[in-house]
Design a protein around this ligand. Structure first.
Ligand SMILES: *Cc1c(COP(=O)(O)O)cnc(C)c1O
Length: 523
């Protein structure tokens, strides 16, 4: 039997056959059941040998517990196996290609990890006196310098902890700038090709979100934009490259139009990977843009953090940026914690995600200016290779070339009864994390593939071969029932996604054993 890169059978049907026949295959380990730690633990068993507690009277001021607290007792090997098995069920960029569009799941070089763990950096405390953290402040300042240089912008707010947090920071700076000139504006324009966090952030900031339709080409419709402009527009939030994987070619006109009515230009720069070293946002008339260090500059992400979303700011906005920020004075580096009346305040208790700053700077310095340019070129090349290799069998939503992600829709599945979701689920059996599905919303049954520059040609070819194989299978006709059943090789099959979102069971309670019921529901 052929095994793919991930050591799994080369087609799901072969795997299903061999699983049925009881053949030992590379996937068997993944089919192991793993009980909850509370279900395998036993009271009285332990993995540590603690000395008897010293006899002190009422040490906890009357708060002493006497009843059992019901923690599971496990030996050290049991604990290790439990967590290693769980970790093996997880899919990660370290396990294989992770084509999740708009997420830039690229390789995280281990050098970055080594730097972040240096004791002088890893053991810092945010409340240390500044005289003892000069090196760390220098590091933040150096990283800020790189970000300003790469974007051609005069200032950067380092503290936002994620892309969406950066958007909030940018809008708060814009609101502060408007307020400073005695201007209150209500509307934010958000093109349909923008990321979903953009309208969400604008709404969270109290603005009315006004959508701008996309053209048939997947870009902002300038005519529609002109119609929406007015003196009550605070800003436009544009994503570039946009979520269709396309560069907004008329971005300079967008900047002129929004500035013409006294509004600000926010650009979502989470997709900076595609243009780093090639285009400077400052040259495009942008006033504020967040950069996801956890995407472009390769700090690990997923599962909710930690991220870092510094925001570069134009001359018009730089005075309003949040505190604290690092300055370089005659006595070395210092932190500005209070900044008169102009700064809008604080985004976060401290200075930002130091661990991410270290990783991002290590990544930048090890790549250098030429290396970062190559990142953009190769990420765009990879996505175009995927698109060109599949365009005869799948349906690209827009004529190429694309930027760093290739967008397909479900037109090629039309006659087959197979849906985008079925297609994505079938990829799991092939050893891949699915691409982003049903996003962006402007395309029907969207499949957004971002291969990134860190995949080799061999790896891309294997991936392309897998998608081609699945597309061919779908197009055979009468395969819809098989696709609807996928994935077949995972510990859980299809989840009830509505119930999982609306009524998740997040906590084990003593005396309940949710596993059989959950299993029955999943099967
Ligand atoms: C990832 C992403 C965001 C949000 O970033 P978070 O760090 O997840 O908050 C915003 N816009 C675009 C285009 C993105 O790809």
């Amino acid at each position: 039997m052929m095994l793919n890169r991930q050591g799994r059978p080369s087609t799901p049907s072969q795997a299903a056959d061999s699983a049925a026949a009881g053949t030992i295959t590379g996937n068997r380990g993944l089919l192991q059941e793993e009980a909850l730690i509370f279900e395998i633990g036993e009271e009285g068993r332990t993995g540590v040998d603690l000395p008897d507690a010293p006899k002190v009277k009422d040490r906890l001021g009357g708060l002493r517990r006497t009843g059992r607290i019901g923690l599971p007792g496990l030996s050290e090997p049991q604990v290790i196996r439990h967590f290693v098995r769980l970790s093996q069920r997880n899919y990660s960029i370290d396990a294989g290609l992770y084509p999740l569009g708009s997420c830039t799941m690229k390789h995280n070089p281990r050098l970055n990890e080594k730097m972040a763990r240096l004791p002088g950096l890893g053991d810092l405390h945010p409340l240390q006196p500044v005289s003892t953290v000069q090196g760390a402040l220098k590091l933040i300042d150096t990283l800020a310098g790189w970000l300003k240089k790469l974007t051609g912008m005069p200032a950067v707010a380092m503290s936002p902890a994620a892309g969406a947090h950066g958007e909030l920071c940018g809008l708060m700076a814009i609101r502060a700038a408007l307020k400073a000139r005695g201007d209150v504006r209500k509307r934010i324009l958000a093109p349909e090709s923008a990321h979903g966090t953009n309208p969400a952030t604008a709404a969270m900031c109290g603005y009315v979100v006004d959508p701008i339709p996309a053209t048939a080409e997947g870009r902002v419709d300038l005519e529609a934009l002109r119609v929406k402009l007015g003196p009550d527009v605070a800003a436009i939030m544009l994503t570039n490259p946009n979520t269709c994987g396309l560069f907004e070619r008329e971005i300079r006109q967008v900047a002129d139009l929004i500035h013409g009515v006294g509004g600000f230009f926010y650009c979502d720069g989470a997709n900076f990977n595609a243009i780093v070293g090639k285009v400077r946002p400052g040259d495009l008339g942008i006033d504020a843009m967040h950069i996801n260090l956890h995407k472009t500059f390769s700090t690990p992400h997923g599962g909710g953090g930690p991220g870092a979303g510094p925001v570069v700011l134009s001359e018009a906005l730089k005075d309003f940026m949040p505190v604290p920020y690092v300055v370089h004075g005659k006595d070395g580096f210092a932190l500005v914690e209070h900044d008169g009346a102009r700064s809008f305040g604080r985004m976060k208790s401290f200075h930002g995600q130091m661990g991410m700053f270290i990783r991002a700077l290590a990544y930048m310095m090890s790549h250098g200016a030429d290396g970062l340019r190559r990142v953009a070129e190769d990420s765009v090349l990879s996505a175009n290779y995927v698109m060109a290799s599949l365009k005869d069998i799948m349906t690209p939503s827009f004529p190429g070339p694309c930027m760093h992600e290739a967008l397909f829709d479900d037109r090629f599945l039309k006659e087959t009864g197979v849906t985008t979701l079925d297609f994505a689920k079938a990829m799991i059996d092939e050893g891949y994390h699915p691409m982003t599905v049903y996003f962006p919303l402007v395309v029907h049954g969207a499949m957004l593939i971002e291969p990134t520059e860190s995949e080799s040609k061999d790896s891309l070819d294997t991936f392309i071969g897998t998608l081609r194989g699945l597309a061919e299978k779908a197009l055979q006709g009468d395969q819809a029932p098989w696709f609807r059943g996928a994935p077949y090789l995972t510990p859980r099959r299809r989840l009830d996604e509505t119930r999982a979102a609306r009524a998740p069971i997040l906590r084990w309670k003593p005396g309940t054993n949710a596993a059989p019921a959950a299993r029955a529901a999943a099967e």
